[in-house]
Design a protein around this ligand. Structure first.
Ligand code: SF4
Ligand code: SF4
Length: 302
């Protein structure tokens, strides 16, 4: 089975869809791609590219003439956008979402997983190990796994948690060595829907709490501080900072901040007006955090 994605970000006119697909078929030396996804959809790309250029009709034509087998999309945005995209087309066959035991309320989240499945879409899960971070947890989290029976590696537990859920059709986990392939295969062999008992599910509650205790800024991502008059995306900036600290992964957090947060939405755009401070439901003095966030994440990684 072959799967690849339409580079929605590179489509500037309707014809680009077929041009890109043609190039992909040529490079893959095939005349048929089984699973074809609109890449990285969110509200903006959905409206400004997919709907604007009527790309769903083009995908249908490609399916009709056999260039592709199944039409789906991968997703990076918040739940409301996910629901809009699922509801916006009645012939989606599958979708791909970021999902793991820490991302249950982030992006599509558990709500999105269940919604898509209820609408008949197969759901492919990406980032089950959060880019590898969940395979290398901080010491406080590792300790919780170490104290639990049966003994499993943090990566194994994280994969089992995803496979445990009936709405998950497929799990994608990046592997960079033969050993990881073997470990993931062994983990998959042991997996089953609803195979985790109540005690195992409580383990994940403890692990989530441990991550929460390690989080320097108690932001719940509620969004009540928004909108910022200067355009700063406050929750996203705070989350990126928290991720850097909790996972001890400055490199990824800087990459995310500098590459995926629009310049005008970064903490660097904060003018210190302090309008947001009294609005925060958690009493966070946001204006004081913004310069710290930019100092940490705006710097170049050595
Ligand atoms: S203090 Fe900064 S982040 Fe808060 S509302 Fe003003 S400009 Fe936006
Ligand atoms: S109001 Fe406070 S807790 Fe809610 S998103 Fe804004 S900073 Fe985070």
């Amino acid at each position: 089975m072959l799967a690849t994605k339409s580079p929605v970000w590179a489509i500037k006119q309707a014809e680009d869809f077929d041009r890109c697909l043609g190039e992909q078929l040529k490079k893959l030396q095939t005349d048929h791609i089984d699973f074809y996804l609109f890449h990285g959809l969110g509200a903006k790309r959905w409206h400004d590219v997919v709907l604007k250029f009527d790309l769903l009709r083009r995908a249908e034509a490609a399916k009709q003439d056999g260039r592709i087998g199944h039409i789906g999309f991968s997703f990076h945005d918040q739940y409301d956008a996910f629901q809009e995209i699922v509801d916006g087309y009645d012939q989606w066959e599958f979708c791909q979402i970021q999902y793991n035991y820490l991302d249950i309320e982030n992006q599509a989240g558990t709500k999105g997983l269940q919604y898509a499945a209820s609408k008949g879409l197969a759901v492919v899960v990406m980032e089950p190990l959060m880019g590898g971070k969940l395979a290398r947890p901080p010491a406080q989290v590792q300790q919780i796994f170490d104290n639990f029976e049966p003994k499993r590696t943090p990566a194994d537990w994280a994969l089992q948690w995803v496979w445990n859920q009936p709405e998950v059709s497929l799990l994608l986990s990046g592997m960079s060595s033969a050993r990881q392939v073997e470990e993931n295969l062994a983990s998959a062999e042991r997996s089953a829907v609803n195979s985790l008992d109540a005690e195992a599910l409580r383990l994940f509650q403890d692990v989530r709490q441990a991550y929460k205790d390690l989080t320097p800024i108690p932001c719940t991502q509620c969004g009540y501080c928004m909108p910022c008059p200067s355009g700063v995306d406050i929750p996203t900036n705070l989350e990126a900072y928290n991720n850097a600290m909790v996972h001890n992964d400055l490199h990824s957090a800087r990459f995310f901040y500098q590459r995926f947060v629009a310049e005008g939405a970064r903490a660097s755009a904060c003018t210190q007006c302090q309008e947001c401070d009294p609005k925060c439901t958690q009493g966070i003095i946001i204006s004081e955090w913004m310069p710290k966030v930019d100092a940490l994440l705006g710097a170049k990684t050595a």
